[in-house]
Write a protein that binds this ligand. Structure first.
Ligand code: HAM
Length: 421
């Protein structure tokens, strides 16, 4: 019986890898323009790290974590908690009052797999720790938008504020009262959540709940002065930076650590999995995890969802594997000569290929076309004795004579100049 990959765990193959590399490289370039530095943390962490940060009453902690219960360790379901653990453990705030960090890697959640939702998925996660200014919130969103633009993706940015420990409890009580009065019309999940996590009702996908919360109190009307000023300054900075956004008072996020600004990059092209990236502020979290009392904000982008969107929005045509030069050798001596020339060309930065099977010229030219080679150098035993080969431009089909009189080293230096000109 064939052994297959586990449900929700996917191989990333060939052309798809090119898209991943393109996304990661574009992201790294942009993150670094914003002063972000990469850190890498382990996949396994103590379970408590996630229950204390993400929250006991969240779907992630309640039912989605891959936990080794006998060992008290869990495969990270997200990166924020791990980055903060590392930040605190290594006292990174001592090195820099404001740390700008990013990490890229796999996360694990035991969700029901579907399009854009996996059990092993990959995030590019960015955190700015130590800055409380609203301009930083806007800067992060602007960075996310810059990345979307660089990838040619059309998404929309939605923002909200979840208030702070001063104003959220009042809103929560107000909301519970509103929901209690309409309890009969809530879905069983929301009825259960009513007292433990009532805000989640606001983004419940159930049609009845959706209709019911339309007239529910708005958190944006319940913000204290400080939160309200913070939110207004975030909006003002987004406007100054020319970043379009929409306010969405129903956005609550599935992790408990958020305070004030939350945001999501949304698409309507991926079915139920609308968020390609999401995040927000978590001002009390670092202290709660035993660190200094520092504010923080961050977001994470799901690479699989970006790849799906790129494929759907047809943005990956230019991402094809290609070879600069294919060397077709005919005859034993020519093959030996070609093997050395291929190696030397690779030393001189040319993506070079050859076929060692001694097949006909026709078969080798087919192989050159398959590798999407830009040029082919044809060397036969006769050409070798006459010290010249044929260099063919595979696009224009133009052919020129390439002299083999000089040393292989010299030829390998010359070829990139011709090919890259
Ligand atoms: P999150 O909303 O849980 O936030 O995940 C962020 C992104 O990860 C989502 O928008 C989505 O693109 C991707 N994602 C999440 N779950 C899956 C899945 N099962 N399959 C595929 N993609 C998925 C966080 O994780 C926060 N740590 C973000 C953050 C950083 N907040 C502050 N800093």
């Amino acid at each position: 019986m064939k052994i297959k990959a586990i449900n929700g765990f996917k191989d990333i193959l060939l052309d798809t890898v090119l898209r991943w590399q393109h996304i990661e490289q574009t992201a790294r370039d942009i993150f670094e323009r914003f002063g972000m530095r990469e850190i890498r943390t382990p996949i396994l962490e103590k379970t408590e790290l996630f229950s204390r940060s993400i929250g006991e009453a969240t779907d992630i902690v309640e039912k989605e974590m891959y936990t080794f219960t006998d060992k008290g360790i869990t495969m990270r379901p997200e990166a924020t908690a791990s980055l903060l653990r590392a930040f605190i453990e290594h006292g990174l705030h001592v090195l820099q009052p404001v740390q700008r960090l990013y990490t890229i890697g796999p996360m694990f959640r035991h969700e029901r797999p579907q399009k854009g939702r996996l059990r092993q998925f990959h995030q590019m996660d960015v955190e700015i720790i130590g800055a409380h200014e609203p301009q930083v919130d806007a800067e992060l969103m602007a960075m996310g938008q810059m990345l979307m633009d660089a990838l040619g993706l059309s998404v929309s940015l939605e923002i909200n504020s979840l208030g702070c420990p001063d104003c959220r409890p009042g809103f929560r009580a107000h909301l519970i009262k509103y929901l209690e009065e309409r309890k009969e019309d809530l879905c069983p999940d929301c009825r259960r959540r009513l007292t433990i996590n009532p805000l989640r009702t606001l983004d419940c996908k159930n049609r009845g709940c959706k209709a019911l919360v339309q007239d529910a109190p708005s958190i944006l009307d319940a913000l204290c002065n400080n939160c309200s000023e913070h939110f207004a300054a975030v909006e003002q900075t987004l406007n100054l930076l020319g970043v379009s956004y929409k306010k969405n008072r129903f956005m609550v996020r599935g992790l408990d650590y958020y305070t004030r600004t939350t945001f999501e990059f949304i698409t309507d092209e991926l079915g139920a999995q609308a968020a390609v990236g999401a995040g927000g502020r978590y001002d009390g979290l670092i202290r709660q995890l035993g660190g200094p009392d520092l504010p923080g904000i961050g977001f994470a982008l799901g690479i699989e969802r970006l790849v799906l969107l790129m494929t759907q929005q047809d943005n990956c045509k230019a991402l094809k594997p290609s070879t600069d030069l294919f060397i077709a050798a005919l005859g034993k001596e020519a093959a030996e000569y070609a093997a050395v020339l291929v190696h030397k060309c690779r030393e001189h930065n040319l993506k070079t290929a050859m076929d060692y099977s001694g097949r006909s010229l026709k078969a080798q030219m087919k192989q050159a076309a398959r590798t999407d080679s830009r040029y082919t150098l044809i060397i036969g035993d006769r050409e070798l004795s006459e010290k010249k080969a044929i260099l063919r431009n595979m696009q224009t089909q133009e052919q020129v004579t390439f002299p083999l009189g000089e040393s292989i080293e010299k030829q390998a230096k010359k070829l990139p100049i011709i090919i890259q000109s």
